[in-house]
Design a protein around this ligand. Structure first.
Ligand SMILES: Nc1ncnc2c1ncn2[C@@H]1O[C@H](COP(=O)(O)OP(=O)(O)O)[C@@H](O)[C@H]1O
Ligand SMILES: Cc1ncc(COP(=O)(O)OP(=O)(O)O)c(N)n1
Length: 513
């Protein structure tokens, strides 16, 4: 299930903190992000210039619009600006009772600018018991641990921070994640403190040397809210959120955003692992690959062999020579199809490619019992020529490499180009002669347009394009190269019988896999 996570927070137009960071973080760790805006800030990586708080009634309208329609799996609370906003949020939480509430009690930005009215601190204390987890930094922890009387005493050691977290957890009945981001020294530890169960879970970690720390608190709390909804376990959610944040921290400076404290790179991990590329649909692969061999198909259409086959003017000797080469081809094509069946990832593929291997063997036998029978001419008994050998070497090498997807891409042009030619010959696109029952090769032309073969071709296209759509870009490219190489071999194969009588087609010269 994808966690539907609502951030109730302020806007940071520089994109590093606030709702902008929250939406990126929720998305980066796999949730669906929503945002109700409490306040607008005018800020960049150097500081906050101004804050505008829209009427609290409008925030209530945003919250009701969401909860009236959408199931909310987790809520993250960020900048709440003033007491009226806090009470509006508290009222909505009491009414809607979302299953997970993570409160980042934003009070002061790293730049030192206030993000919560000074007189709103007591309202914030009233909000704490409505949260499942509160994530203060050292400054905010000191405020919450204090009584509100004197100035807050910010912890300077990790032990002091833990003691303050224990006191806040006990006083407000809420789990506290104490954060050591602002601690001096080489470590940046965090700890989950729960007075109710008298447990402290430590999350150690070295400090990452970077200036890109703007919005780390926003990002961490949003990621934890999302992962807690997914895992249902706080330590597991915090561990995963911290691992993600630390990776994002390491890549923040490389973004080159701003001259102050820049943002973390929320998507560093996703981008590094290929998440930025969109995948084509099978239909898009089909259209692109078919269009990509349009020139080759056009050359095939213009070959004297195809023209002669269509109008019946093709001499018997080159025709039988072509069939003899086709018989050689079909024998090994069947073996390669059988290998595709052996490598197939599922039963449907296994059955389809095995069936096709069977069809190929039948096709070869029929050639010998029919056209290539004992009375056929000398060309019929010729050994495989260089063109046939090159095509089969390409297919056999693809089979040998053992990559099913690449192999079926290499097998596809034989299905696809034949079916396409057959359909167009039968439709009279190459002239009416091809439709004449008295055509010298009428029975052969009929095999081209066999409806069973058309169905098989559609299936083969489906198997290949689904595999390509689901492949990585690099794998898809290897598939495509194998497909185009086979299409070139098809052109060479059709050109070969009359090669002596016609110029060698431009594209048939160099065929490489
Ligand atoms: N330089 C750093 N190296 C590693 N982790 C850091 C660093 N700075 C902050 N963090 C982590 O970022 C998260 C937010 O912490 P902190 O900066 O203390 O909060 P805030 O952003 O609310 O001020 C914590 O998990 C903290 O440990
Ligand atoms: C709109 C807005 N909300 C919150 C903050 C504070 O962000 P935080 O993640 O606590 O970290 P710093 O940016 O203070 O390091 C903000 N700046 N703006």
């Amino acid at each position: 299930m994808t966690a539907r996570v609502l951030s109730i927070a302020g806007s940071d137009p520089s994109g590093g903190a606030g709702i902008q960071a929250d939406l990126k973080s929720i998305s980066a760790v796999g949730g669906y992000g929503m945002a109700a805006i409490t306040a607008l800030t005018a800020q960049n990586t150097r500081g906050v210039r101004a804050v505008h708080v829209p009427p609290a009634g409008f925030l209530a309208a945003q919250l009701d619009a969401i909860s009236d329609d959408i199931t909310i799996d987790a809520v993250k609370l960020g900048m709440l600006a003033n007491a009226e906003v806090i009470r509006t949020v508290a009222d909505w939480l009491a009414r809607t009772r979302p299953p997970i509430v993570v409160l980042d009690p934003v009070m002061v930005a790293t730049s030192g600018d206030r993000l919560l009215d000074a007189d709103a601190e007591s309202a914030m204390r009233e909000l704490l018991p409505l949260a499942d987890l509160v994530t203060p930094n050292l400054g905010e922890l000191a405020v919450l641990a204090g009584s509100g009387g004197g100035p807050p005493v910010v912890a300077t050691t990790w032990a002091e921070a833990i003691a303050q977290a224990e006191s806040v957890s006990a006083r407000y009945g809420v789990r506290v994640l104490a954060k050591g981001g602002h601690l001096a020294g080489d470590a940046a530890p965090d700890a989950l403190v729960d007075a109710a169960t008298a447990t402290i879970v430590d999350f150690g970690g070295e400090r990452i040397a970077t200036t890109a720390t703007h919005g780390t608190g926003c990002s961490l709390s949003s990621a934890i809210a999302t992962l807690a909804a997914e895992h249902g376990d706080w330590p597991a959610a915090i561990t995963e959120a911290r691992r993600w944040l630390r990776e994002s921290l390491r890549h923040g400076e490389a973004l080159g955003v701003g001259g102050g404290h820049g943002p973390v790179n929320h998507f560093a991990g996703l981008w590094a692992r290929g998440g930025t590329r969109t995948a084509p649909t099978p239909a898009e692969v089909e259209a692109e690959w078919w269009a990509g061999i349009a020139d080759l198909r056009h050359e095939i259409d213009g070959l004297p062999f195809i023209r002669g086959l269509a109008d019946g003017s093709l001499e018997r000797e080159p025709f039988l020579g072509y069939l003899a080469q086709d018989a050689h081809y079909l024998r090994d094509y069947a073996r390669v199809l059988a290998e595709a069946s052996r490598l197939a990832p599922d039963a449907a593929g296994q059955a389809f490619w095995a069936n096709s291997a069977h069809g190929s063997i039948i096709g070869e036998l029929e050639l010998h019992t029919g056209w290539l029978g004992p009375e056929a001419g000398t060309a019929a008994s010729a050994p495989p020529d260089a063109t046939t050998t090159a095509y089969l070497d390409h297919l056999l090498a693809s089979a040998q490499r053992g990559d099913h997807a690449v192999l079926i891409a290499a097998l596809l042009p034989c299905f696809w180009i034949y079916t396409d030619l057959g359909e167009r010959l039968a439709a009279g696109e190459f002239g009416e002669a091809a439709l004449d029952p008295a055509h010298p090769y009428a029975s052969w032309l009929a095999t081209y347009a066999d409806p069973g073969f058309t169905v098989a071709t559609r299936e083969a296209i489906g198997f290949v394009t689904r595999a390509a759509a689901g492949a990585t870009p690099e794998h898809r490219e290897r598939m495509h190269r194998a497909f185009v190489a086979s299409a070139r071999h098809e052109l060479a194969f059709f050109a070969a019988p009359l090669a002596a009588a016609s110029a060698t087609p431009a594209s048939a010269g160099a065929v490489t896999a």
